[in-house]
Design a protein around this ligand. Structure first.
Ligand SMILES: [Zn+2]
Length: 400
């Protein structure tokens, strides 16, 4: 249908007939207004993310009670039926809950299990240089999913299984990663896996004006979003939102140049390389387990499990300046018994094909965070007595 200037109308700013709609229809509309969130169990830590952004306030806004709870009786009823606060007790009184007391965990977060994704920012960096005082937080995430229902989606960060860059930490800490792989395999399902985190600094009003406010939720309640790493259209939508923001908020410029301008030539090959390395890691992990159980005799042609890379499989050459994201381009560390620079997994090997059938699905994602804190602006010096005080939320500790 052709719309002429004469017939085009501005979108309505109010709808006074809403109370006259059947209650079922009203409730359905309120259901659609509920935020679909990436629910963070812990705040990201700056050891894992190249950013001056504290990310603290974004996490707090993202975990708040939905606005629908406060609008009217019907919307409140819908929100309270679908979601709830305190999915776990801060004191872990539940006897079957794995213990986890991280300094950066988020208390009293709101969860709507049917539409939310439970996300753990925890990576192995937590364990660097200190012993973790409680159980692996991953066990806690999996326990929580069992409690909320197996259909609840869950999400992790890449370093938990295999870092996308060296600085995400501890690729050498294979003991932890191998344990994580076992836990994730046992729990089953697929895992959204965050490769890198990008903070966008702009006002909430600006975020709500773009794309009908869909990039960070209709009411700005979804401050943390995940986008598939290969989804160029979605990446471009966040780019346009950022480009319309303050000129000083330059932090993501290198990321967008890499992920959009060099999308096919550099970004996608890097993501593919991460997947390939993860396959190698999975096969290596299974080989180690077979060795430990003295089952290697059952593997025919063990020499054929890995093969030398073909000429066309060599590592992608850097084609531009990616600034802080150059870290993601560094060649990966190898393992002692495998020349990572020259060897890849031979997926045609029968034993490899068999173990790959049991490999969980790890979907590579990019995390976008809406931060209205103007973190790019120079900070005024703070009085000495405040620095190091309690509850600043900006401490760089991994865990307690
Ligand atoms: Zn910020």
């Amino acid at each position: 249908m052709t719309t002429t200037n004469a017939t085009r109308q501005e979108p309505a700013q109010s709808f006074t007939l809403f109370p006259q709609l059947p209650v079922e229809l009203q409730r359905r509309i309120w259901e659609l207004c509920l935020p679909a969130r990436i629910v963070e169990l812990d705040r990201p830590i700056t050891e894992n993310v190249t950013t001056p952004c504290s990310m603290y306030n974004t996490s707090q806004f993202n975990s708040r009670i939905p606005i629908a709870v406060q609008i009217c009786k019907e919307s409140r009823s819908v929100a309270l039926l679908a979601g709830f606060k305190q999915i776990y007790d801060g004191n872990f009184v539940d006897s079957d809950a794995p213990g986890w007391k991280a300094m950066n965990s988020i208390k009293d977060l709101w969860v709507t299990p049917s539409i939310d994704v439970l996300h753990l920012n925890y990576g192995n960096c937590y364990n660097v240089g200190r012993d973790h005082p409680s159980d692996n937080p991953l066990q806690f995430l999996l326990w929580l999913r069992r409690r909320l229902g197996h259909s609840t989606h869950i999400s992790i960060v890449a370093p938990l299984v295999l870092a996308f860059n060296d600085y995400q930490g501890a690729e050498f800490m294979t003991t932890y990663e191998d344990k994580n792989l076992d836990l994730l395999t046992e729990a089953g399902g697929s895992y959204l896996t965050t490769l890198c985190v990008v903070s966008l600094h702009l006002s909430l009003d600006a975020a709500l004006r773009k794309e009908g406010g869909m990039l960070f939720g209709r009411l700005g309640e979804e401050r943390v979003k995940l986008v598939r790493a290969g989804d160029k259209t979605a990446l471009k939508a966040y780019y346009k939102l950022w480009a319309a923001g303050p000129r000083k908020a330059l932090e993501p410029v290198m990321f967008f140049e890499l992920a959009l301008v060099r999308h096919e030539s550099e970004w996608l090959p890097r993501v593919a390389q991460w997947k390939q390395r993860l396959v190698t890691k999975w096969v290596t992990h299974n080989l180690r387990k077979a060795e430990a159980k003295n089952n290697c005799a059952d593997i025919q042609d063990p020499e054929g499990i890995f093969r030398t890379r073909r000429e066309d499989e060599w590592r992608t050459v850097l084609q531009g300046n990616s600034g802080p994201f150059s870290d993601y381009m560094r060649p990966p560390r190898g393992w002692a018994f495998l020349n990572h620079a020259t060897d890849v997994t031979n997926t045609e090997h029968p034993w490899v094909a068999k173990v790959l059938r049991d490999m969980p699905c790890f979907e590579p994602m990019v995390m976008f965070r809406l931060c209205a804190e103007k973190c790019y602006a120079p900070k005024p010096p703070r009085p000495q007595h405040i620095i190091g005080g309690q509850g600043t939320g900006r401490k760089r500790h991994c865990s307690v």
